[in-house]
Design a protein around this ligand. Structure first.
Ligand SMILES: *Cc1c(COP(=O)(O)O)cnc(C)c1O
Length: 350
């Protein structure tokens, strides 16, 4: 697809939209006195320093992200979690009640929820038994009115990376936006698809600060895409979608990437231990290989195990009702102490 092909997918109302311009958009020079935005000039109640509206385009923060990730800032959009980017992509490209998107279950539930909110039908092309893309089924699928395709790699809840060659084939042959959700990329050895934007004008890559960076409460997600798609997302987002404290928290985190790497290494070490210990239990039938910070564990009695763990004050995710995940619990790698408690509970499950 060319950039023009991609832009032709936009809804007319979005293409023609005249965006809201905030006070901070209209003035970009330097000045001493800012009495343009009806803020409280004195300060913040409670003593914090939040009386001024934040940068609507998060320029400083994007500069840091660009430097760390090796992707120019004009290819970066920041959202209130990746969930905001997902919602905005539906708004930009899918006419309610008319257009459709494809998801590849078992996968992240937000694609369906966001589609439902936007009145967009999701067509499902299931992953194969080994949780890889069914490329022929995806590419033989009718594309009429299908504007977007969601891929998740490493996939949630299965934990595995999708094969690069498969994603590449889909990117080359699907006539719509291909969204590659990399929420768990930091736990995997794979390099990000965000480095391939120049090759694929229809590619959108999602990452998040919620997992490896340990900033789930901050609510910050990244979308990488062509400058044209980024411009559209900027045009339709709420003016100040990333709060000042959120921008600050992420900015500070980005000055300590080594700390993130140490945490990831600790999680991976614990993941290996959990895997090695869990397989020993009779109640565990299989542990799927994971490139993420969780394990998908096939068990003999998922509902009973789930309840038993809850009785032991341990909450895991019961995914046993999803097709291809029958019997499965999804277990996030905890701290060493938490994992030891989990293993103890498993050992007591009769
Ligand atoms: C956790 C997760 C996200 C992150 O969502 P945020 O809104 O950024 O917290 C995105 N995609 C997948 C597949 C996830 O599991």
């Amino acid at each position: 697809m060319t950039t023009n092909d991609v832009l032709s997918l936009l809804r007319d109302n979005i293409r023609n939209l005249k965006p809201y311009t905030s006070a901070r958009d209209e003035f970009t020079g330097t000045a001493q006195i800012f009495i343009d935005a009806n803020e409280n000039p004195i300060g913040s109640v409670g003593g914090s320093n939040n009386n001024r509206y934040p940068d609507p385009y998060q320029r400083e923060l994007k500069g840091r992200i660009a430097a760390l990730k090796g992707v120019p800032a004009e290819h970066i959009f920041l959202g209130n979690g990746s969930d905001e980017a997902i919602d905005l992509l539906f708004k930009a490209f899918c006419r309610p009640g008319i257009d459709k998107a494809i998801a590849t279950p078992p996968t992240y539930g937000m694609y369906q929820v966001s589609a439902d909110v936007n009145e967009v039908e999701i067509e499902e092309v299931s992953l194969t038994e080994d949780f890889q893309l069914n490329v022929p089924a995806l590419l033989n699928h009718g594309f009429d009115k299908v504007k977007m395709l969601f891929l998740c790699s490493p996939n949630n809840p299965t934990g595995n990376l999708l094969k690069r060659a498969d994603i590449e084939q889909v990117l080359r042959n699907f006539n719509g936006i291909v969204i590659v959700d990399e929420a768990y990329i930091d736990f995997s050895p794979e390099k990000s698809w965000s480095l391939e934007l120049a090759k694929y004008p229809n590619l959108v890559v999602l990452q998040t600060f919620s997992k490896a960076w340990g900033l789930a409460a901050v609510r910050l997600g990244i979308a990488y895409a062509s400058t044209e798609i980024i411009a559209v997302l900027n045009k339709i987002k709420l003016p100040y979608n990333i709060s000042g404290p959120a921008q600050e928290a992420a900015f500070n985190a980005l000055s300590a990437p080594g700390e993130k790497d140490r945490m990831v290494a600790a999680v991976l070490e614990e993941r290996a231990r959990l895997e090695a210990e869990l397989v020993k239990f009779d109640s565990v039938l299989h542990i799927y290989p994971s490139d993420a910070n969780f394990l998908l564990v096939k068990t003999t009695a998922p509902n009973e195990l789930y309840d038993f763990l809850v009785d032991n004050e341990i909450v895991v995710r019961n995914r046993s009702r999803l097709a291809l995940c029958e019997g499965c619990l999804r277990i996030t790698v905890g701290t060493a102490e938490e994992n030891t408690a989990l293993l103890k509970a498993f050992s007591q499950f009769a």
